[in-house]
Design a protein around this ligand. Structure first.
Ligand SMILES: [Zn+2]
Ligand SMILES: [Zn+2]
Length: 162
């Protein structure tokens, strides 16, 4: 027998579920929600949530756009050098993003997903997770999340015994 079920959808990213409470909880922290409340900052890092505008401002949209413009004209420039420059630009941006977010991967991802500026052909997420020129600018959500959990464990939650 076929049964009709209600589906609920996140109004920011479109994610669906049949569990209303779950979607509600997700929406609150959804990395596409401009007014999101970061659970990683609050519960795991126990820090004040960074302002999303401050994080977005660290993304070098204009630099990347100009680099992409130069890549359109491979005759005039040395492509390898331009890719290297792009990789260095991205890794510097990722480092400052990490610092400014207090190392919160969810806030970093939120900045990447919410920046509406034109940064060339690729999205920030694909630029930061692509394989372009080495791994220094690779944003690995799971890895940074693991660092956060490690910090939580090492913090006053276990270290109290010292
Ligand atoms: Zn969502
Ligand atoms: Zn956060």
């Amino acid at each position: 027998m076929r049964k009709q079920v209600w589906q609920y959808q996140c109004e920011h990213c479109g994610m669906k579920s049949t569990a209303a409470w779950w979607v509600k909880k997700h929406e609150m922290g959804c990395t596409k929600n401009p007014k999101r409340e970061c659970g990683v900052c609050r519960k795991l890092l126990e820090q004040a949530q960074p302002k999303i505008e401050d994080l977005i401002a660290l993304l070098p949209a204009e630099d990347i756009r100009l680099i992409e413009v130069r890549l359109q004209d491979p005759e005039a420039f040395d492509c390898d050098m331009i890719y290297l420059e792009m990789a260095l630009t991205l890794s510097a941006a990722l480092a400052s993003l990490k610092e400014a977010s207090g190392g919160c991967p969810a806030c970093m991802l939120a900045a990447m997903r919410q920046d509406s500026r034109d940064c060339g052909s690729a999205s920030w997420v694909s630029l930061f997770t692509g394989s372009l020129g080495g791994a220094d600018h690779n944003f690995n959500f799971k890895e940074i999340m693991a660092e956060c959990r490690e910090r939580y464990r090492e913090g006053n939650h276990l270290g109290g015994a010292m």
